[in-house]
Design a protein. Structure first.
Lengths: 246, 246
Protein backbone atom coordinates (compact mmCIF):
# COMPACT_ATOMS: atom_id res chain seq x y z
CA UNK A 1 0.00 0.00 0.00
CA UNK A 2 0.97 3.64 -0.32
CA UNK A 3 -0.04 7.07 0.77
CA UNK A 4 0.82 10.16 -1.28
CA UNK A 5 -0.63 13.64 -1.02
CA UNK A 6 -0.18 16.74 -3.12
CA UNK A 7 -1.20 20.15 -1.78
CA UNK A 8 -1.45 23.09 -4.16
CA UNK A 9 -1.58 26.41 -2.35
CA UNK A 10 -1.13 30.04 -3.30
CA UNK A 11 2.61 29.92 -2.56
CA UNK A 12 3.26 26.69 -4.41
CA UNK A 13 3.13 22.92 -4.32
CA UNK A 14 3.91 20.37 -1.62
CA UNK A 15 4.19 16.67 -2.40
CA UNK A 16 4.62 13.91 0.16
CA UNK A 17 4.96 10.16 -0.36
CA UNK A 18 5.75 7.17 1.81
CA UNK A 19 8.18 4.50 0.59
CA UNK A 20 6.73 1.19 1.74
CA UNK A 21 5.86 -1.50 -0.76
CA UNK A 22 4.65 -4.92 0.11
CA UNK A 23 3.83 -8.17 -1.63
CA UNK A 24 2.05 -9.70 1.34
CA UNK A 25 2.95 -8.85 4.92
CA UNK A 26 6.21 -10.82 4.85
CA UNK A 27 7.71 -9.12 1.81
CA UNK A 28 8.09 -5.47 2.68
CA UNK A 29 10.59 -3.14 1.00
CA UNK A 30 11.53 0.50 0.69
CA UNK A 31 11.04 2.02 -2.77
CA UNK A 32 11.03 5.65 -3.78
CA UNK A 33 7.58 6.71 -4.96
CA UNK A 34 8.22 10.45 -5.25
CA UNK A 35 10.32 11.37 -8.28
CA UNK A 36 11.39 14.88 -9.18
CA UNK A 37 12.57 15.85 -12.68
CA UNK A 38 13.91 19.37 -12.97
CA UNK A 39 15.71 21.63 -15.40
CA UNK A 40 16.11 24.67 -13.15
CA UNK A 41 14.65 27.84 -14.60
CA UNK A 42 13.00 25.89 -17.40
CA UNK A 43 10.70 23.17 -16.03
CA UNK A 44 10.11 20.99 -12.99
CA UNK A 45 7.89 17.95 -12.56
CA UNK A 46 7.10 15.74 -9.60
CA UNK A 47 5.56 12.29 -9.93
CA UNK A 48 4.18 10.35 -6.94
CA UNK A 49 3.03 6.81 -7.66
CA UNK A 50 0.60 4.36 -6.11
CA UNK A 51 -0.52 0.89 -7.06
CA UNK A 52 1.28 -1.94 -8.82
CA UNK A 53 4.99 -1.06 -8.60
CA UNK A 54 5.95 -2.88 -11.82
CA UNK A 55 3.31 -0.84 -13.66
CA UNK A 56 4.36 2.55 -12.27
CA UNK A 57 8.09 1.85 -12.70
CA UNK A 58 7.54 0.75 -16.31
CA UNK A 59 5.41 3.81 -16.98
CA UNK A 60 8.21 6.07 -15.71
CA UNK A 61 10.76 4.26 -17.89
CA UNK A 62 8.51 4.53 -20.92
CA UNK A 63 8.08 8.22 -20.19
CA UNK A 64 11.87 8.65 -20.09
CA UNK A 65 12.27 6.85 -23.43
CA UNK A 66 9.53 8.97 -24.95
CA UNK A 67 6.10 8.30 -26.40
CA UNK A 68 5.24 8.71 -30.06
CA UNK A 69 1.83 10.33 -30.41
CA UNK A 70 -0.46 9.12 -33.23
CA UNK A 71 0.65 10.88 -36.43
CA UNK A 72 3.92 12.21 -34.92
CA UNK A 73 7.44 11.26 -35.99
CA UNK A 74 9.46 12.06 -32.90
CA UNK A 75 8.91 10.59 -29.43
CA UNK A 76 7.66 13.12 -26.90
CA UNK A 77 9.04 13.26 -23.35
CA UNK A 78 8.51 15.43 -20.30
CA UNK A 79 11.48 17.47 -21.57
CA UNK A 80 9.72 18.32 -24.80
CA UNK A 81 6.14 18.75 -23.52
CA UNK A 82 4.89 22.24 -24.29
CA UNK A 83 2.40 22.56 -21.39
CA UNK A 84 1.51 20.91 -18.09
CA UNK A 85 -1.71 19.67 -19.68
CA UNK A 86 0.29 18.04 -22.48
CA UNK A 87 2.75 16.59 -19.92
CA UNK A 88 -0.12 15.12 -17.84
CA UNK A 89 -1.51 13.62 -21.00
CA UNK A 90 1.86 11.95 -21.68
CA UNK A 91 2.02 10.50 -18.17
CA UNK A 92 -1.50 9.15 -18.65
CA UNK A 93 -0.54 7.64 -22.00
CA UNK A 94 2.49 5.94 -20.43
CA UNK A 95 0.34 4.48 -17.64
CA UNK A 96 -2.35 3.29 -20.04
CA UNK A 97 0.19 1.74 -22.42
CA UNK A 98 1.81 -0.29 -19.65
CA UNK A 99 -1.55 -1.35 -18.23
CA UNK A 100 -2.76 -2.50 -21.66
CA UNK A 101 0.49 -4.36 -22.21
CA UNK A 102 0.77 -6.23 -18.91
CA UNK A 103 -2.75 -5.94 -17.42
CA UNK A 104 -4.40 -9.02 -18.96
CA UNK A 105 -1.52 -11.31 -17.93
CA UNK A 106 -1.58 -9.93 -14.39
CA UNK A 107 -5.33 -10.35 -14.18
CA UNK A 108 -5.02 -14.00 -15.17
CA UNK A 109 -2.92 -14.37 -12.01
CA UNK A 110 -5.45 -12.30 -10.05
CA UNK A 111 -2.96 -9.48 -9.57
CA UNK A 112 -4.24 -5.96 -9.96
CA UNK A 113 -2.60 -3.78 -12.60
CA UNK A 114 -4.23 -0.70 -11.14
CA UNK A 115 -2.03 2.31 -10.48
CA UNK A 116 -2.46 6.03 -10.11
CA UNK A 117 -0.15 9.00 -10.14
CA UNK A 118 -0.04 12.48 -8.68
CA UNK A 119 1.67 14.70 -11.20
CA UNK A 120 2.60 18.26 -10.37
CA UNK A 121 4.89 20.94 -11.69
CA UNK A 122 5.40 23.94 -13.87
CA UNK A 123 6.85 24.81 -17.28
CA UNK A 124 8.32 28.28 -17.89
CA UNK A 125 5.60 30.69 -19.02
CA UNK A 126 2.81 28.40 -17.84
CA UNK A 127 0.94 27.89 -14.57
CA UNK A 128 1.82 25.58 -11.66
CA UNK A 129 -0.49 22.55 -11.81
CA UNK A 130 -1.30 19.38 -9.90
CA UNK A 131 -3.10 16.41 -11.48
CA UNK A 132 -4.31 12.99 -10.39
CA UNK A 133 -3.83 10.55 -13.26
CA UNK A 134 -5.70 7.25 -13.43
CA UNK A 135 -4.41 4.06 -15.02
CA UNK A 136 -6.79 4.44 -17.95
CA UNK A 137 -4.90 7.64 -18.77
CA UNK A 138 -7.60 10.16 -17.84
CA UNK A 139 -6.88 12.77 -15.18
CA UNK A 140 -8.36 15.45 -12.98
CA UNK A 141 -6.82 18.77 -12.01
CA UNK A 142 -6.54 20.13 -8.50
CA UNK A 143 -8.42 23.40 -7.96
CA UNK A 144 -8.50 26.11 -5.31
CA UNK A 145 -11.75 24.88 -3.69
CA UNK A 146 -10.21 21.56 -2.59
CA UNK A 147 -6.53 22.36 -2.82
CA UNK A 148 -5.20 18.84 -2.39
CA UNK A 149 -5.23 15.43 -4.04
CA UNK A 150 -4.42 12.05 -2.53
CA UNK A 151 -3.67 8.58 -3.88
CA UNK A 152 -3.32 5.20 -2.18
CA UNK A 153 -4.53 4.68 1.38
CA UNK A 154 -6.06 8.13 1.54
CA UNK A 155 -8.95 7.92 3.99
CA UNK A 156 -7.16 7.98 7.35
CA UNK A 157 -5.33 11.17 6.46
CA UNK A 158 -8.21 12.96 4.79
CA UNK A 159 -10.11 14.55 7.74
CA UNK A 160 -7.20 16.78 8.78
CA UNK A 161 -6.72 18.02 5.21
CA UNK A 162 -10.46 18.59 4.67
CA UNK A 163 -10.70 20.65 7.83
CA UNK A 164 -7.45 22.57 7.72
CA UNK A 165 -6.00 23.17 4.27
CA UNK A 166 -7.14 26.09 2.17
CA UNK A 167 -5.61 27.68 -0.90
CA UNK A 168 -4.26 30.46 1.33
CA UNK A 169 -2.47 28.15 3.77
CA UNK A 170 1.21 29.11 3.99
CA UNK A 171 3.35 26.56 2.13
CA UNK A 172 5.29 25.23 5.16
CA UNK A 173 2.03 25.02 7.12
CA UNK A 174 0.69 22.98 4.21
CA UNK A 175 3.76 20.75 4.51
CA UNK A 176 3.15 20.41 8.25
CA UNK A 177 -0.51 19.48 7.69
CA UNK A 178 0.55 17.00 5.02
CA UNK A 179 2.93 15.40 7.52
CA UNK A 180 0.16 15.22 10.16
CA UNK A 181 -2.04 13.57 7.53
CA UNK A 182 0.78 11.13 6.76
CA UNK A 183 1.32 10.41 10.45
CA UNK A 184 -2.41 9.66 10.95
CA UNK A 185 -2.12 7.16 8.10
CA UNK A 186 1.07 5.55 9.44
CA UNK A 187 -0.61 5.08 12.82
CA UNK A 188 -3.58 3.29 11.24
CA UNK A 189 -2.09 1.19 8.46
CA UNK A 190 1.11 -0.84 8.61
CA UNK A 191 1.30 -0.95 4.82
CA UNK A 192 2.27 2.73 4.79
CA UNK A 193 5.69 3.39 6.27
CA UNK A 194 8.74 5.57 6.77
CA UNK A 195 10.95 6.94 5.27
CA UNK A 196 8.81 9.77 3.86
CA UNK A 197 9.91 11.73 0.78
CA UNK A 198 8.82 15.29 0.32
CA UNK A 199 9.08 18.17 -2.09
CA UNK A 200 8.37 21.87 -1.66
CA UNK A 201 8.12 23.82 -4.90
CA UNK A 202 7.44 27.53 -4.77
CA UNK A 203 5.23 28.95 -7.52
CA UNK A 204 7.10 30.43 -10.51
CA UNK A 205 10.53 29.53 -9.10
CA UNK A 206 10.92 26.61 -11.59
CA UNK A 207 13.27 24.96 -9.12
CA UNK A 208 12.68 22.76 -6.07
CA UNK A 209 13.05 24.68 -2.82
CA UNK A 210 13.25 21.53 -0.73
CA UNK A 211 13.71 17.85 -1.46
CA UNK A 212 13.98 15.88 1.76
CA UNK A 213 13.69 12.33 3.06
CA UNK A 214 12.38 11.87 6.62
CA UNK A 215 14.15 8.84 8.08
CA UNK A 216 12.61 6.85 10.97
CA UNK A 217 14.95 8.38 13.54
CA UNK A 218 14.27 12.02 12.58
CA UNK A 219 13.46 14.13 15.62
CA UNK A 220 11.08 16.65 14.03
CA UNK A 221 8.70 14.04 12.63
CA UNK A 222 8.81 12.04 15.84
CA UNK A 223 8.02 15.15 17.87
CA UNK A 224 5.26 16.17 15.45
CA UNK A 225 3.56 12.85 16.05
CA UNK A 226 3.84 13.17 19.84
CA UNK A 227 2.72 16.78 19.86
CA UNK A 228 -0.21 15.98 17.65
CA UNK A 229 -1.31 13.21 20.03
CA UNK A 230 -1.03 15.61 22.97
CA UNK A 231 -2.84 18.37 21.11
CA UNK A 232 -5.70 16.04 20.13
CA UNK A 233 -6.04 14.94 23.73
CA UNK A 234 -6.20 18.56 24.88
CA UNK A 235 -8.60 19.39 22.05
CA UNK A 236 -11.20 16.80 22.95
CA UNK A 237 -10.77 17.38 26.67
CA UNK A 238 -11.78 21.00 26.12
CA UNK A 239 -15.01 20.07 24.35
CA UNK A 240 -17.90 19.63 26.82
CA UNK A 241 -19.21 16.13 27.40
CA UNK A 242 -22.50 15.24 25.69
CA UNK A 243 -25.45 16.78 27.57
CA UNK A 244 -27.44 13.53 27.42
CA UNK A 245 -27.82 11.00 30.21
CA UNK A 246 -25.98 11.09 33.54
CA UNK B 1 -22.62 3.35 3.02
CA UNK B 2 -22.59 3.31 6.80
CA UNK B 3 -20.40 4.10 9.75
CA UNK B 4 -20.90 2.38 13.10
CA UNK B 5 -18.53 2.25 16.06
CA UNK B 6 -18.66 0.35 19.33
CA UNK B 7 -16.42 1.39 22.23
CA UNK B 8 -16.00 -0.96 25.17
CA UNK B 9 -14.48 0.76 28.21
CA UNK B 10 -14.17 -0.01 31.88
CA UNK B 11 -17.47 1.72 32.68
CA UNK B 12 -19.45 0.11 29.90
CA UNK B 13 -20.32 0.14 26.22
CA UNK B 14 -21.02 2.95 23.75
CA UNK B 15 -22.50 2.27 20.34
CA UNK B 16 -23.00 4.83 17.58
CA UNK B 17 -24.48 4.42 14.11
CA UNK B 18 -25.45 6.71 11.29
CA UNK B 19 -28.76 6.20 9.44
CA UNK B 20 -28.01 6.89 5.80
CA UNK B 21 -28.61 4.25 3.16
CA UNK B 22 -28.22 4.75 -0.52
CA UNK B 23 -28.81 2.84 -3.71
CA UNK B 24 -26.86 5.18 -5.92
CA UNK B 25 -26.49 8.86 -5.13
CA UNK B 26 -30.05 9.70 -6.15
CA UNK B 27 -31.80 7.22 -3.86
CA UNK B 28 -30.90 8.15 -0.32
CA UNK B 29 -33.01 7.23 2.71
CA UNK B 30 -32.94 7.21 6.49
CA UNK B 31 -32.96 3.74 8.09
CA UNK B 32 -32.26 2.79 11.66
CA UNK B 33 -29.08 0.71 11.87
CA UNK B 34 -28.70 0.61 15.65
CA UNK B 35 -31.20 -1.70 17.32
CA UNK B 36 -31.46 -2.26 21.06
CA UNK B 37 -33.22 -5.29 22.58
CA UNK B 38 -33.57 -5.17 26.33
CA UNK B 39 -35.28 -7.01 29.17
CA UNK B 40 -34.21 -4.71 32.01
CA UNK B 41 -32.39 -6.51 34.80
CA UNK B 42 -32.12 -9.66 32.72
CA UNK B 43 -30.37 -8.98 29.41
CA UNK B 44 -29.62 -6.25 26.89
CA UNK B 45 -28.26 -6.46 23.35
CA UNK B 46 -27.37 -3.85 20.77
CA UNK B 47 -26.98 -4.60 17.09
CA UNK B 48 -25.44 -2.13 14.63
CA UNK B 49 -25.54 -3.15 10.98
CA UNK B 50 -23.56 -2.33 7.87
CA UNK B 51 -23.73 -3.59 4.29
CA UNK B 52 -26.65 -4.79 2.19
CA UNK B 53 -29.78 -3.54 4.00
CA UNK B 54 -32.01 -6.36 2.77
CA UNK B 55 -29.51 -8.87 4.17
CA UNK B 56 -29.17 -7.23 7.60
CA UNK B 57 -32.92 -6.62 7.95
CA UNK B 58 -33.68 -10.22 7.03
CA UNK B 59 -31.05 -11.47 9.45
CA UNK B 60 -32.68 -9.47 12.27
CA UNK B 61 -36.12 -10.85 11.38
CA UNK B 62 -34.74 -14.38 11.28
CA UNK B 63 -33.15 -13.80 14.66
CA UNK B 64 -36.51 -12.64 16.06
CA UNK B 65 -38.25 -15.75 14.71
CA UNK B 66 -35.55 -17.97 16.15
CA UNK B 67 -32.94 -20.30 14.70
CA UNK B 68 -33.02 -24.07 15.13
CA UNK B 69 -29.52 -25.34 15.83
CA UNK B 70 -28.47 -28.70 14.28
CA UNK B 71 -29.90 -31.47 16.50
CA UNK B 72 -32.14 -29.12 18.53
CA UNK B 73 -35.96 -29.15 18.63
CA UNK B 74 -36.79 -25.61 19.69
CA UNK B 75 -35.73 -22.44 17.88
CA UNK B 76 -33.23 -20.33 19.78
CA UNK B 77 -33.51 -16.52 20.01
CA UNK B 78 -31.60 -13.74 21.72
CA UNK B 79 -34.13 -14.12 24.56
CA UNK B 80 -33.14 -17.72 25.17
CA UNK B 81 -29.37 -17.48 24.54
CA UNK B 82 -27.45 -18.54 27.63
CA UNK B 83 -24.29 -16.45 27.04
CA UNK B 84 -23.03 -13.55 24.96
CA UNK B 85 -20.81 -15.97 23.05
CA UNK B 86 -23.86 -18.10 22.23
CA UNK B 87 -25.85 -14.98 21.28
CA UNK B 88 -23.06 -13.77 18.96
CA UNK B 89 -23.02 -17.22 17.39
CA UNK B 90 -26.77 -16.92 16.72
CA UNK B 91 -26.38 -13.50 15.10
CA UNK B 92 -23.62 -14.96 12.92
CA UNK B 93 -25.82 -17.91 11.98
CA UNK B 94 -28.66 -15.57 11.01
CA UNK B 95 -26.35 -13.49 8.82
CA UNK B 96 -24.82 -16.57 7.17
CA UNK B 97 -28.22 -18.15 6.52
CA UNK B 98 -29.54 -15.03 4.78
CA UNK B 99 -26.36 -14.61 2.77
CA UNK B 100 -26.46 -18.23 1.61
CA UNK B 101 -30.11 -17.88 0.70
CA UNK B 102 -30.02 -14.63 -1.25
CA UNK B 103 -26.29 -14.17 -2.02
CA UNK B 104 -26.04 -16.12 -5.30
CA UNK B 105 -29.06 -14.34 -6.83
CA UNK B 106 -27.68 -10.95 -5.78
CA UNK B 107 -24.28 -11.78 -7.20
CA UNK B 108 -25.82 -12.65 -10.55
CA UNK B 109 -27.04 -9.05 -10.61
CA UNK B 110 -23.63 -7.85 -9.45
CA UNK B 111 -25.01 -6.69 -6.11
CA UNK B 112 -22.95 -7.42 -3.03
CA UNK B 113 -24.57 -9.51 -0.29
CA UNK B 114 -21.82 -8.53 2.13
CA UNK B 115 -22.84 -7.28 5.54
CA UNK B 116 -21.32 -7.03 8.98
CA UNK B 117 -22.65 -6.40 12.44
CA UNK B 118 -21.41 -4.95 15.71
CA UNK B 119 -23.05 -6.89 18.50
CA UNK B 120 -22.73 -5.82 22.11
CA UNK B 121 -24.47 -6.46 25.36
CA UNK B 122 -24.68 -8.39 28.57
CA UNK B 123 -26.71 -11.26 30.06
CA UNK B 124 -27.27 -11.41 33.83
CA UNK B 125 -24.42 -13.27 35.51
CA UNK B 126 -22.14 -12.91 32.48
CA UNK B 127 -19.68 -10.29 31.24
CA UNK B 128 -20.33 -7.26 29.02
CA UNK B 129 -19.07 -8.04 25.52
CA UNK B 130 -18.67 -6.46 22.10
CA UNK B 131 -18.25 -8.47 18.91
CA UNK B 132 -17.77 -7.79 15.20
CA UNK B 133 -19.66 -10.41 13.21
CA UNK B 134 -18.89 -11.12 9.56
CA UNK B 135 -21.38 -12.30 6.96
CA UNK B 136 -19.86 -15.77 6.94
CA UNK B 137 -20.94 -16.02 10.58
CA UNK B 138 -17.52 -15.85 12.22
CA UNK B 139 -16.76 -13.10 14.68
CA UNK B 140 -14.06 -11.40 16.71
CA UNK B 141 -14.31 -10.02 20.22
CA UNK B 142 -13.24 -6.55 21.32
CA UNK B 143 -10.47 -6.54 23.93
CA UNK B 144 -8.97 -4.01 26.31
CA UNK B 145 -5.88 -3.36 24.15
CA UNK B 146 -7.90 -1.88 21.27
CA UNK B 147 -11.15 -1.10 23.05
CA UNK B 148 -13.24 -0.32 19.97
CA UNK B 149 -14.58 -1.93 16.81
CA UNK B 150 -15.85 -0.27 13.66
CA UNK B 151 -17.86 -1.36 10.61
CA UNK B 152 -18.70 0.34 7.32
CA UNK B 153 -16.78 3.41 6.23
CA UNK B 154 -14.35 3.15 9.13
CA UNK B 155 -11.10 4.71 7.97
CA UNK B 156 -11.84 8.44 8.23
CA UNK B 157 -12.88 8.10 11.86
CA UNK B 158 -10.16 5.71 12.95
CA UNK B 159 -7.19 8.02 13.73
CA UNK B 160 -9.00 9.84 16.56
CA UNK B 161 -10.04 6.54 18.16
CA UNK B 162 -6.57 4.99 17.76
CA UNK B 163 -4.96 7.97 19.44
CA UNK B 164 -7.46 8.80 22.15
CA UNK B 165 -9.55 5.88 23.38
CA UNK B 166 -8.24 3.56 26.08
CA UNK B 167 -10.03 1.02 28.25
CA UNK B 168 -9.93 3.56 31.09
CA UNK B 169 -11.58 6.39 29.14
CA UNK B 170 -14.66 7.62 31.01
CA UNK B 171 -17.83 6.42 29.26
CA UNK B 172 -19.18 9.86 28.27
CA UNK B 173 -15.71 10.83 27.05
CA UNK B 174 -15.80 7.65 24.96
CA UNK B 175 -19.18 8.79 23.60
CA UNK B 176 -17.70 12.22 22.82
CA UNK B 177 -14.72 10.66 21.01
CA UNK B 178 -17.09 8.39 19.12
CA UNK B 179 -19.06 11.44 18.00
CA UNK B 180 -15.85 13.20 16.89
CA UNK B 181 -14.97 10.06 14.93
CA UNK B 182 -18.46 10.09 13.38
CA UNK B 183 -18.16 13.79 12.55
CA UNK B 184 -14.79 13.22 10.79
CA UNK B 185 -16.51 10.57 8.69
CA UNK B 186 -19.54 12.74 7.88
CA UNK B 187 -17.21 15.51 6.73
CA UNK B 188 -15.39 13.15 4.33
CA UNK B 189 -18.09 10.88 2.92
CA UNK B 190 -21.56 11.94 1.80
CA UNK B 191 -22.78 8.34 2.05
CA UNK B 192 -22.66 8.59 5.85
CA UNK B 193 -25.28 10.97 7.26
CA UNK B 194 -27.34 12.30 10.12
CA UNK B 195 -29.41 11.46 12.15
CA UNK B 196 -27.04 9.53 14.43
CA UNK B 197 -28.32 6.89 16.84
CA UNK B 198 -26.46 6.16 20.01
CA UNK B 199 -26.55 3.93 23.05
CA UNK B 200 -24.77 4.16 26.39
CA UNK B 201 -24.85 0.98 28.45
CA UNK B 202 -23.16 0.92 31.84
CA UNK B 203 -21.45 -2.33 32.83
CA UNK B 204 -23.57 -4.67 34.98
CA UNK B 205 -26.65 -2.38 34.90
CA UNK B 206 -28.47 -4.66 32.40
CA UNK B 207 -30.43 -1.65 31.23
CA UNK B 208 -29.68 1.11 28.74
CA UNK B 209 -28.62 4.34 30.41
CA UNK B 210 -29.12 6.39 27.26
CA UNK B 211 -30.74 5.81 23.90
CA UNK B 212 -30.68 8.96 21.83
CA UNK B 213 -31.03 10.13 18.23
CA UNK B 214 -29.01 13.16 17.16
CA UNK B 215 -31.10 15.06 14.60
CA UNK B 216 -29.45 17.40 12.05
CA UNK B 217 -30.52 20.53 13.94
CA UNK B 218 -29.14 19.42 17.33
CA UNK B 219 -26.99 22.13 18.90
CA UNK B 220 -24.54 19.94 20.84
CA UNK B 221 -23.42 17.92 17.82
CA UNK B 222 -23.23 21.04 15.65
CA UNK B 223 -21.09 22.78 18.29
CA UNK B 224 -18.92 19.69 18.73
CA UNK B 225 -18.09 19.79 15.02
CA UNK B 226 -17.28 23.52 15.12
CA UNK B 227 -15.24 23.24 18.31
CA UNK B 228 -13.33 20.29 16.93
CA UNK B 229 -12.47 22.26 13.77
CA UNK B 230 -11.28 25.19 15.91
CA UNK B 231 -9.33 22.91 18.23
CA UNK B 232 -7.59 21.17 15.32
CA UNK B 233 -6.64 24.50 13.89
CA UNK B 234 -5.19 25.60 17.22
CA UNK B 235 -3.49 22.22 17.62
CA UNK B 236 -1.56 22.34 14.39
CA UNK B 237 -0.83 26.04 14.75
CA UNK B 238 0.96 25.26 18.01
CA UNK B 239 3.21 22.67 16.39
CA UNK B 240 6.41 24.22 15.01
CA UNK B 241 6.81 24.42 11.26
CA UNK B 242 9.15 21.87 9.67
CA UNK B 243 12.78 22.87 10.19
CA UNK B 244 13.71 22.17 6.56
CA UNK B 245 14.09 24.72 3.82
CA UNK B 246 13.31 28.41 4.13
Amino acid sequence: MTYCAGILVQDGLVMIADTRTNAGVDDVSVFRKLHVFETPGERIFAVATSGNLSVTQSALSLLAEGIIAPGADEPETLDTATSMFRAAHLVGQALRTVKQDIGPALERDQISAEASILFGGQIRGGPLKLYMIYSTGNFIECGADSPFLQIGEHKYGRPILVRSVTFKTEIYDALKLGLISMDSTLKSNLAVGLPIDLLVLRRDKLKSELIHRIEPEEAYFHDLSEQWSDALRAAHTNIPRPPYGA
